[in-house]
Design a protein around this ligand. Structure first.
Ligand code: FES
Length: 65
């Protein structure tokens, strides 16, 4: 499923990029270009980031948001 229509980024691509260490919105913008055009995907990207990182406990991104 597409998360970011503008950049054609899927939830699988997003999950893979987070797993590779992109654990901030800034990093995801840089790596995938999400939330850099219309910005409508920002909430969903942040939600997936929090879900992945919150479940793994591997980063502090949840605490920062
Ligand atoms: S849907 Fe992601 S920037 Fe437009």
């Amino acid at each position: 499923m597409y998360v970011c229509i503008c950049q054609a980024v899927t939830s699988k691509q997003l999950a893979a990029t987070i797993a590779q260490g992109a654990t901030t919105m800034k990093a995801l913008r840089s790596e995938l270009g999400v939330a850099t055009c219309c910005g409508k995907c920002a909430r969903d990207v942040r939600s997936q980031l929090q879900q992945v990182c919150g479940n793994s406990g591997a980063c502090a991104c949840v605490a920062r948001n």
